[in-house]
Ligand binder design. Structure first.
Ligand SMILES: Nc1nc2c(c(=O)[nH]1)N[C@H]1C(S)=C(S)[C@@H](COP(=O)(O)O)O[C@H]1N2
Ligand SMILES: [Mo]
Length: 228
């Protein structure tokens, strides 16, 4: 047994591997463009733009963090590399796209059609990264190539892989989260067990746990089939 680190958040159990995982309809979907960053900035901004070549000019950093899936598995000690969300916001989104200060509802969309949202305030935290490397190597397809959000304080479902587009919006009107509404918490903070809405966290733990094994298997098979 290795020495336990800090205790895991409520209801979480450590697993040694870091599986490819997600909402089941996305298991068989893959990014069309996986080897270079191309990020659209839109929503209620003055000038929508695409961040592509300028990506390489942004200040890079690393974040070491545990990863917590809402279905109760956690994988400890990942090392992500990329650019802080806050740096992209301050150096690109505010000055070049002209995001208004009240556009605080942020939608993130992925190449596989997946999407999630977070309040801007949560995304500006110091440990939130737009990551393009994992443990020193380019982000693999399994974990979100070419670019993913890493927000360690929030459940995995907010950590959008294959990130394609970020929208800064004045309101959530017209936005529909992936899956049933009870599964989508606005913030989904791990420490306060915000797994979903209306249904308590302890009940969601019980509902989600049996789904882990079949989901891991389905995502692994889909990746093998794609690579075969
Ligand atoms: N594009 C995309 N991003 C996604 C998902 C997905 O299905 N598609 N699933 C989310 C969920 S529920 C989890 S737990 C994590 C899993 O990340 P991993 O595959 O790197 O373990 O990705 C999140 N981001
Ligand atoms: Mo998840």
């Amino acid at each position: 047994m290795s020495t336990p680190l800090t205790p895991l958040p409520p209801g979480q159990r450590a697993r040694d591997d870091f599986p490819r995982f997600g909402a089941t309809p996305y298991a068989e979907r893959f990014p069309a463009q996986a080897d270079r960053v191309r990020l659209h900035i839109g929503g209620d901004v003055r000038t929508p733009l695409t961040l592509e070549h300028a990506w390489a000019e942004l200040p890079r950093t690393e974040v070491c963090a545990d990863f917590h899936c809402v279905t109760t598995w956690s994988h400890r000690g990942l090392r992500w590399g990329g650019v802080r969300f806050a740096d992209v916001y301050r150096q690109v989104v505010l000055p070049l796209a002209g995001a208004p200060a009240d556009a605080t509802f942020v939608v993130m969309r992925a190449q596989d059609g997946y999407r999630s949202s977070l309040p801007l305030q949560d995304l500006l935290a110091d440990d939130v990264l737009l990551a393009d490397t994992l443990d020193g190597a380019p982000l693999p397809i399994a974990h979100g190539a070419p670019l993913r959000l890493v927000a360690p304080a929030h459940y995995g479902y907010k950590n959008v892989k294959h990130l394609d587009r970020i929208e800064f919006r004045r309101s959530s009107a017209g936005y529909r989260p992936v899956g049933p509404r009870f599964m989508a918490h606005d913030r989904a903070r791990v420490a306060s067990e915000e797994r979903g809405q209306w249904v308590p966290g302890w009940l969601l733990r019980c509902l989600y746990r049996p789904l882990i094994r079949p989901t891991v298997r389905r995502f692994a098979h889909a990746l093998q089939a794609r690579q075969a």
